[in-house]
Design a protein around this ligand. Structure first.
Ligand SMILES: NC(=O)c1ccc[n+]([C@@H]2O[C@H](COP(=O)([O-])OP(=O)(O)OC[C@H]3O[C@@H](n4cnc5c(N)ncnc54)[C@H](OP(=O)(O)O)[C@@H]3O)[C@@H](O)[C@H]2O)c1
Length: 292
């Protein structure tokens, strides 16, 4: 049997605790091989939960592992990712890659120069319902669509603070929904928008194939359950996905298996760092559209 890929985790915040650590520890394709975080007590606590080593520095973690998962604030991800890629480690990255396109490109360039595999954790793309939906849409000749990501995440709970409240929904959840609508309708030629990313954003996208779509984003709306939906229309057909309907355990098992594969082979992936640059560019264009 192939040995599991030994993955070190950088970060010990809510998402590292809830998703990265258990996902990597569950195996069999990966093994959680240790934790480093900026605050040593946070790393120690998460490492102890999983009975793995707690490293005093990011370099010490890099020396001990085959690959790295990074779950830190977007401003801190690029430097860590570039160091890891330069050390020849495959990368499980978070969305967004960074705060701007230049930072995202630094990561993608380091990945390409070092020939390491990468996956950005666009979680919905690993759900069977989303993969089935995108396969359906690929058989259609769509003329338009609508998509939304609406939640109350900025109002209370683990994600209601820090960079998310400063930057707003476009940077936080924009990667998910812009990725989905672009995967369905193709590259975006033009973006117009209105609203405030801290409250409510509406975007009008024109796709290169002539299709049009409307994208709604808010993390400041107290609806329960949260919604992540895409609907695509053609002249005589339509397709809809509730992206949250996929079983999370199965999606995360797919992340683990596909990450182990790209870590071993260095192969491209639909959600790799290069895709992250495309998404970051869309976010930047959408942000500019809101300013007009
Ligand atoms: N894919 C998804 O669906 C999804 C869902 C949720 C979150 N995420 C992403 O996961 C990442 C982590 O999110 P989060 O919710 O756990 O909370 P967060 O506040 O974005 O990040 C917290 C983590 O960042 C670390 N950190 C903060 N400043 C740092 C710095 N200057 N240098 C190094 N590390 C630093 C913290 O370390 P210490 O605590 O040790 O100081 C902590 O481990 C974010 O990029 C977020 O967008 C993705």
């Amino acid at each position: 049997m192939t040995a599991p890929v030994r993955v070190g985790l950088a970060g010990a915040g809510p998402w590292a605790r809830m998703v990265h650590a258990p996902l990597l520890a569950a195996g069999p394709e990966t093994e959680l091989a240790g934790v480093w975080s900026r605050t040593p007590e946070h790393a120690a606590a998460l490492a102890a939960d999983h009975g793995v080593a707690n490293y005093p520095s990011f370099d010490a973690l890099l020396d001990a592992v085959d690959a790295v998962a990074i779950a830190v604030v977007p401003s801190a991800q690029p430097d860590l990712a570039v160091r890891a890629a330069n050390a020849g480690k495959a990368l499980l990255l978070e969305k967004p890659l960074g705060l701007d396109v230049a930072a995202a490109r630094r990561i993608a360039d380091a990945v390409a120069e070092n020939g390491v595999g990468s996956i950005m954790l666009l979680t919905y793309r690993f759900a069977d319902v989303v993969r089935d939906f995108l396969a359906d849409v690929a058989t259609m000749n769509p003329t338009g669509g609508r998509a939304c990501f609406i939640s109350g995440a900025f109002l209370s709970g683990a994600f209601a603070g820090g960079w998310r409240l400063d930057q707003g929904a476009l940077l936080d959840v924009g990667p998910h929904v812009l990725d989905l609508v672009e995967a369905a309708l193709g590259p975006v030629a033009d973006i117009q928008g209105h609203g405030d990313p801290r409250q409510w954003v509406g975007l009008l996208l024109t796709h290169e194939n002539g299709a049009h779509s409307e994208v709604t984003l808010s993390c400041a709306s107290a609806i329960e359950p949260s919604r992540t939906e895409v609907e695509i229309y053609g002249r005589d057909c339509s397709a809809f996905v509730d992206a949250r309907a996929g079983a999370r355990a199965e999606s995360f098992a797919r992340v683990r298996a596909e990450f182990a594969e790209v870590a071993r082979t260095g192969a491209a992936h639909a959600c790799d760092a290069q895709r992250g640059v495309v998404i970051q560019t869309l976010i930047e264009r959408a942000t500019r559209a809101l300013d007009h």
